[in-house]
Design a protein around this ligand. Structure first.
Ligand code: NDP
Length: 270
């Protein structure tokens, strides 16, 4: 029987989720209809209600609806609870459960695809918005020695670390986040407007630099990191593919091979 899933957002035309989920479906041999649904900005509750009422199996939720989706679902996993945001909804017997797979996606890309263990490492995360709230729990679960959350608005970084109450978490000012990090993760949205975060570039020295943004929007930050002498700079396409792989597993009970799809997308210069 044809399964029906979708990604819901606004805007949505740019979304790679339909391409990725259709590639996963053909990899594991299931029939899947996966659509991109543009929801009115003030109407996502109606969009979700009508998708599931018509027999839809699962939805991925993207900007700007992850917080509304968190309030809409009937239950949530621990990562969604900590993030206050849901990016995946699965319907089972009329119950809608919400998940947040962004953090698992990042960890799988870093550890499996890039071979970078986080255990005992010093991590620096730039930004303290919704996406960073989603990755902090899984990052702490990877046993780093510390995670510095550096944000332009420091109060927001402090607020975020208070949610987690973990002594390894430290809030910092983005301009002077410290030094000697093993991995630096850019979770700001500065790249979406072609801007660079205003920060001391020496924080990047000697690190693996990971930009959660991907494609053209990641170019400015990645180019700057290379200029700062960073040897390994990666964009967030792998995170996007791996969060989708985890969502696919939740929808269909089968885990696709994200690395294969990631290689195909990279070959297409996405
Ligand atoms: P939010 O709007 O919730 O947060 C934006 C964050 O970026 C805030 O910390 C904000 O700081 C900071 N910021 C914005 N502009 C600048 C700037 N010019 N200089 C410094 N800091 C800045 O966005 P999200 O957290 O939802 O998303 C962040 C990024 O992560 C997006 O670019 C998104 O595309 C990406 N993402 C990638 C995913 C993937 O699968 N690869 C998944 C999810 C998100 P302040 O608090 O001071 O305003």
């Amino acid at each position: 029987m044809m399964r029906r899933c979708a990604v819901v957002g606004n805007p949505i035309a740019h979304s790679l989720s339909p391409t990725i989920h259709r590639m996963f479906a053909s990899q594991v041999g299931i029939e899947l209809q996966y659509d991109a649904i543009l929801s009115p900005l003030d109407g996502v509750v109606g969009t979700l209600n009508s998708f599931f009422a018509s027999g839809g199996l699962g939805v991925n939720v993207t900007v700007p609806f992850k917080e509304v989706a968190f309030g809409w679902v009937s239950s949530r996993d621990a990562y969604a609870g900590a993030a206050g945001a849901v990016n995946t909804i699965v319907a089972t017997n009329g119950i809608h459960r919400g998940y947040n797979t962004d953090g698992i996606g990042l960890i799988n890309d870093l550890t499996t695809n890039l071979g970078c263990s986080l255990s005992g490492k010093r991590l620096l995360v730039l930004g303290a918005g919704g996406a960073v709230r989603g990755i902090v729990g899984p990052l702490l679960g990877s046993s780093p020695s510390c995670v510095v959350i550096a944000n332009r608005t420091v109060a927001r970084a402090r607020e975020l670390i208070e949610r987690f109450e973990d002594p390894r978490l430290v809030a910092a000012n983005l301009e002077r986040p410290g030094e000697a990090f093993d991995v630096v993760i850019n979770g700001t949205s500065a790249g979406l407007t072609g801007e660079l975060p205003n920060m001391d570039g020496s924080a990047l020295r000697g690190s693996l630099v990971y930009d959660m943004v991907y494609g053209a929007n990641a170019r400015v930050f990645c180019a700057w990191a290379i200029q700062m002498g960073v040897a390994r700079v990666v964009d967030g396409l792998g995170m996007l593919v791996e969060q989708a792989a985890e969502a696919f597993r939740l929808f269909h009970g089968m885990r696709p091979d994200g690395a294969v799809v990631l290689r195909t997308l990279r070959a297409r210069s996405v």
